[in-house]
Write a protein that binds this ligand. Sequence first.
Ligand SMILES: NC(=O)c1ccc[n+]([C@@H]2O[C@H](COP(=O)([O-])OP(=O)(O)OC[C@H]3O[C@@H](n4cnc5c(N)ncnc54)[C@H](O)[C@@H]3O)[C@@H](O)[C@H]2O)c1
Ligand SMILES: O=P(O)(O)OC[C@H](O)CO
Length: 318
Amino acid sequence: MNIKSNIVAILGTGVWGSALGAIAKSNSHDIRFWSHRGTDSLESIVKDAVIVLSAVSMKGVMATIAKLKKLNLSSDKIIVTATKGLDPETTRTPSQIWQAAFPDNPVVVLSGPNLSKEIARGLPAATVVASNDLAAAEKVQDIFASDTFRVYVNQDPIGTELGGTLKNVIAIASGVCDGMNLGTNAKAALLTRALPEMIRIGTHLGASGETFFGLSGLGDLIATCDSPLSRNYQVGYGLAQDKTLEQILAELEGTAEGVNTTNVLIKIADMETIAVPIARQVHRLLRGKITPVEAIQALMERDLKPEFCDIEFEITNE
Ligand SMILES: NC(=O)c1ccc[n+]([C@@H]2O[C@H](COP(=O)([O-])OP(=O)(O)OC[C@H]3O[C@@H](n4cnc5c(N)ncnc54)[C@H](O)[C@@H]3O)[C@@H](O)[C@H]2O)c1
Ligand SMILES: O=P(O)(O)OC[C@H](O)CO
């Protein structure tokens, strides 16, 4: 599909960075991996790269940026962020942090229903690359698109990023739902009511509401909330088995960003007085304040209300 080979630096060699690197490599691009635990210098990895893609977990974003800042990154390099998290101190998204650190570089968000283990197996999937700089997003689209990985562009980086980030909180709730065998009706109600919750927070933070109905919102919500491959789902499932959070995290392979994201989301909701009933129960559950049964009761016993009363959005695209 691609004719010209580009040098792509992938920062973070966890399962997602590795899977993304393998996709670009199969498109004949020259991939250079960097890990904070490895021996290669960051400078040598990013030196000739056209694209610098960060797939480090949220806890590594600030440290990685601090290292890159020392290297005087040229402003023509496209920074791609694939992290799905929120900064606990500032509540900012990774793309906001990257853009503030490198104001002259194009920053592109890559996010979608992308369980890395399925992608590593070459199963078909789709994703979104979003940026205020459309040409940069299209360049990233060109580099990663393949006949098994369909890449769409859009111009709502914050909405695209927040869809992938906020759904991790709901994936924990969904794991609880399945772990307690609450059935398909309960799961459908949970996911459907979660979407306006995500939209309320997202639009408050500057996202476009319609983005949440696309691949990076609804698409990723479905994928993550319905798959035992999701680490966030596994956290919820474990809580439903009466395991402690510490025990679950100790057994977990890789990062469950939803645990930190729940804390940041509640911080934002409390500061801005935004209703997030599902996330609030997840927060209480993670902190050991309530049991899964009490969380379900609290959600079911809330005051009755009209179904559509608190979000406004317009679908403008076909
Ligand atoms: N795994 C997936 O299916 C998937 C899909 C889409 C997005 N994501 C997101 O991508 C990010 C990475 O996910 P993953 O599954 O590869 O996680 P992982 O736990 O497998 O890997 C985390 C990576 O972050 C790096 N890291 C951690 N602390 C660091 C630090 N202080 N400095 C530099 N690097 C540090 C680790 O070395 C590792 O390379 C997460 O935000 C996740 O939500 C994951
Ligand atoms: O394993 P998780 O829970 O981080 O989920 C993976 C991705 O975010 C799904 O798109």
